[in-house]
Write a new protein. Structure first.
Length: 263
């Protein structure tokens, strides 16, 4: 969820902070699309642990069924999916929103997604994909993209408090993906403040050439932020005026239905 950062969040040097748990999760997260199978030495290098420490965590995760071992290589086991499934199951609003995303795709023939903020990235937690492919990478549930350059990310960043936004802008590294990517922090701040005021965000080919998207926040009936919903399309097919004059009212209509039916 996109709950505000609490002042009493534990720090690594707090007596209640369980370092072993944090390290175990770090080992799991070391595996990704570019590193699906790794040796002990590779896991140690990616996590910054020494070999002995990495070995203990890998063997423990193996004993619990979260990691598989094949000769010298370790890889994640299917049981890891239970961690993600727990999130999806606990947030039962997802199935309701999924239907609205599919309705959007059926009506206008464009992809629509729900994303939540996790650190400096937006994570896709529900998606209805159109037949045409928009990006070089495949977007699906679980995909993570930099919040600064996506419409959903900007909508969610705009929901942060002033202090949280200041902290984000202080630490974030703005990479350039296209010639339209905003890399100046002052310009990004101005953009986010405008998003906060107008209630929607547009990302025009900042993350991938040809990708144009529009997003708005989605709330439940109690005013709790559920995430951001978007419509993504090809810039050669849909101009900016159509995005705001036709697609924005459609997103707003679905957001109101979400607010009405999710408590």
């Amino acid at each position: 969820m996109n709950a505000p950062i609490q002042e009493d969040t534990l720090q690594p040097d707090d007596r209640d902070f369980v370092t072993a748990l944090a390290s175990g999760l770090e080992v799991i997260l070391a595996f990704d699309g570019a590193n699906p199978r790794m040796t002990l030495s590779e896991v140690a290098a990616r996590t910054g642990m020494n070999r002995a420490r990495a070995r203990r965590f890998l063997l423990t995760l193996h004993a619990l069924g979260y990691v598989r071992k094949q000769q010298r290589y370790f890889e994640l086991a299917p049981k890891v999916l239970q961690l993600g499934y727990s999130f999806l199951s606990a947030n039962n609003y997802r199935s309701v929103i999924q239907q609205y995303l599919e309705d959007i795709t059926a009506e206008i023939g464009e992809s629509s997604s729900l994303g939540v903020l996790d650190g400096d990235e937006v994570i896709y937690v529900a998606r209805s994909a159109a037949k045409h492919r928009l990006m070089a990478i495949t977007l699906s549930v679980g995909t993570r993209l930099p919040a600064a350059h996506t419409s959903m990310g900007r909508v969610l960043l705009a929901q942060l408090s002033d202090a949280e936004l200041d902290a984000y802008l202080e630490r974030v590294v703005l990479e350039r993906y296209t010639d339209k990517t905003v890399t100046d922090k002052a310009e990004l701040r101005a953009c986010l403040l405008k998003v906060r005021q107008q209630g929607y965000a547009v990302s025009d080919q900042e993350l991938d050439s040809g990708l144009r998207s529009l997003a708005i926040p989605a709330f439940d009936g109690n005013g709790r932020l559920l995430g951001a919903i978007n419509i993504s399309t090809n810039a050669a097919r849909i101009d900016l005026d159509t995005l705001t004059s036709r697609f924005l009212p459609l997103l707003q209509q679905k957001a109101e239905l979400i607010r009405t039916h999710v408590s």
